[in-house]
Write a protein that binds this ligand. Sequence first.
Ligand code: ADP
Ligand code: 5GP
Length: 188
Amino acid sequence: MEGKLCIFSGPSGAGKSTLVRHLLGLDLGLAFSISATSRRPRKGEKHGREYYFITLEEFQAKINCDEFIEWEEVYPGRYYGTLKCELDRIWEKGQHAIFDIDVQGGLNLKKGFGQNALSMFVMPPSLQVLEERLRARGTDQPDSLRRRLEKAEWEMRYAPYFDKILVNDQLDSALKEAESMVKNFLDQ
Ligand code: ADP
Ligand code: 5GP
């Protein structure tokens, strides 16, 4: 059976993983699409849970063997992608896939899966708030933080190409709104 795709995209720090984590905790039949990445695990991250952590060489080999539905060099030298076998794994269990994915990846998935996919752009209330949240998250070195903020400005321009825009200002309302968008889509 082919399930559906719930896609959360937007700048780093916008709140994608917070929203996705919340939805995974509800009984909606969703399973997280675990991406492959060539970046190193952060403290507390586990292979096969947040990501499949692989080397750059392994990533390249998988590109060459056409194993990805989509992949992007999200930051210089850091590759991220969705493996075809990952969607098969989720759909074989009779579940729907939920994605935390960069803007280009989200648009590519939507293009490939059409009505079977709901693409949602998570928008921070402002770039200033985004910066504050990224700093408070404390997972990035100054260099990486700067790269994420520079990219964010450019990513925001793609918001109108998504099915829905979700402004993540007050967390409670954003969680409720995400819940309602996803429920409506899965009920269709
Ligand atoms: P992303 O997955 O898009 O990179 P996160 O979900 O990690 O973003 O959120 C970035 C940081 O902002 C986290 O520390 C998270 O707890 C916090 N955060 C998310 N949403 C809100 C919100 N509405 N108000 C305040 N802080 C938030
Ligand atoms: P992080 O390093 O913070 O985990 O993720 C960096 C960025 O990569 C985020 O914007 C995240 O959404 C994106 N990302 C994660 N997995 C994928 C994927 O499979 N494909 C693409 N295109 N982007 C991804």
